[in-house]
Design a protein around this ligand. Structure first.
Ligand SMILES: Cc1ncc(COP(=O)(O)O)c(C=O)c1O
Length: 432
């Protein structure tokens, strides 16, 4: 007898019929999850048009409008039906709009097939869903050795997976050879790759040539018989400040790369639309030869994971974003905010150029995008430096994986010179 619920079995059969290699990428949890269309949600949907609707646990006034406190309604300029639950898949119009935006922001997706995005409670939750669907405790996450530290909680603590690290940079660029070696080490089979560009903590995005080279390596691994799940954490998408750096998500290259390569794109409003507390993100799937039934099966499994973890993402936030994305002023305002961050990166470059003596105090790691950059202090301990900067220079920085991470996103442009002057002075002082 199958260990799975018949609804999971049906989704698994859709995958097995159209793309057995994708079924084989699923974790045990991923195989077992399904969207409960026949439960409360399904029964509620069937009763949508009835006169007396005693199905779902939301409240309505006697006139049929959502029962809400007027003082709360007065706080947001959106219809009160946004106070109700959003579907676990997300608001249908927002999913559609984000799908359209993906194609506009990534011209390389033109004419290519990918799933409709499923809404998550922002990127961390999307990462958790990716772990839930694809990681068993015996699996490894192939990841560069400079990474966002929360990946530890999400992937190793929650799902028991191990990290397989590779070197991040070589000669001022991404170490594609180290990536390839990590991807091809061990036995042929399922591989879980996690890539995050623009990167936290380094602020690095590959050049166009590096992005193509990464795709070539992934294709070669797939041709060798590996089933490669490539999870793209695109949290900082669009914030690329320099020439020659890839402007598109790697997703554009992955969705039609090889049947053995599943692209799992995680993105959302948090960083790119500057709404950190809204908690809205997306998970989108694509692979070469994907049919509608297989993509729908993956969407259903993702939405089932949403239903089983947070039930649904905040509806007020989703409604506000949908309104913003279709507002005529959205694109111009976004460009204006991008220019602020871009100007800070120019200021950093100018400052470093004007002060060659800083090279005695720290090495500047490659950066070109996102919210951050990193420096590697010379001759002092990072944690001692961090404490010294707070105590005597009124300057806060983050220590991560042996580096000092500087969030230029949070530093006014006219304080950037001071930031670097303080770091240099503190290092010189500590070195005596
Ligand atoms: C690389 C990366 N991914 C994901 C996240 C989390 O995003 P969210 O706040 O949408 O969960 C962050 C936030 O710092 C991040 O740096």
């Amino acid at each position: 007898m199958s260990p799975y619920n018949p609804l999971a079995e049906a989704l698994n059969n859709d995958l097995l019929a159209g793309a057995p290699q994708i079924f084989n990428m699923l974790s045990e949890r991923g195989k077992a999850i399904y969207f409960p269309f026949k439960g409360i949600l399904g029964q509620t949907a069937e009763a949508k048009a009835v006169k007396i609707n005693a199905t779902i646990g939301t409240a309505f006034e006697n006139d049929g409008s959502p029962l809400t406190l007027e003082c709360m309604e007065a706080l947001v300029n959106i219809p009160s039906d946004s106070f109700l639950y959003a579907p676990s898949f997300g608001l249908p119009k927002l999913r559609e709009e984000w799908g359209k935006l993906l194609a506009i922001k990534n011209p390389g997706l033109k004419g290519k097939t990918f799933s409709l995005p499923v809404v998550t409670a922002a990127l961390t939750h999307a990462l958790t869903i990716a772990g839930y669907l694809f990681l068993d405790p015996t699996d490894e996450v192939i990841i560069p050795n400079l990474y966002w530290d929360n990946y530890e909680l999400v992937f190793t603590e929650a799902f028991g997976a191990k990290f397989a690290f590779y070197n991040t940079f070589v000669n001022g660029g991404f170490d594609v050879a180290a990536f390839s070696k990590a991807l091809n080490s061990g036995k042929v089979g399922k591989k879980f790759v996690l890539l995050n560009f623009p990167n936290n903590p380094t602020g690095y995005t590959p050049t166009e040539a590096e992005a193509k080279a990464l795709a070539v390596e992934i294709r070669k691994a797939a041709e060798a018989g590996n089933q490669v799940i490539v999870v793209l954490d695109d949290a900082y998408f669009g914030l690329v400040y320099e020439e020659g750096i890839t402007q598109e998500s790697l997703f554009s290259l992955l969705v039609d790369l090889h049947p053995n390569v599943l692209g799992v794109k995680l993105d959302g409003a948090t960083k790119e639309d500057y709404v950190w507390g809204f908690r809205v993100g997306f998970i989108t799937f694509g692979f070469k030869g994907a049919g509608a039934a297989e993509l729908k099966a993956l969407e259903n499994k993702a939405a089932g994971t949403v239903r089983g973890s947070i039930s649904n993402a905040p509806c007020v936030s989703q409604a506000m974003l949908l309104k913003a994305y279709t507002a005529p002023e959205y694109a111009a305002q976004k460009k204006q905010k991008y220019e602020i961050l871009s100007a800070r990166v120019r200021k950093i470059r100018e400052t470093l150029k004007a002060h060659p003596e800083y090279a005695q105090s720290f090495e500047v790691m490659p950066f070109n995008s996102g919210y951050f950059m990193c420096v590697k202090p010379i001759g002092v301990d990072c944690e001692t430096l961090r404490k010294e900067l707070i105590a005597n220079y009124s300057t806060g920085v983050i220590v991560l994986v042996g580096l000092i991470r500087l969030a230029f996103s949070a530093v006014p442009t006219d304080l950037i010179e001071n930031l670097f002057a303080n770091i240099h002075a503190a290092i010189q002082k500590l070195r005596g």
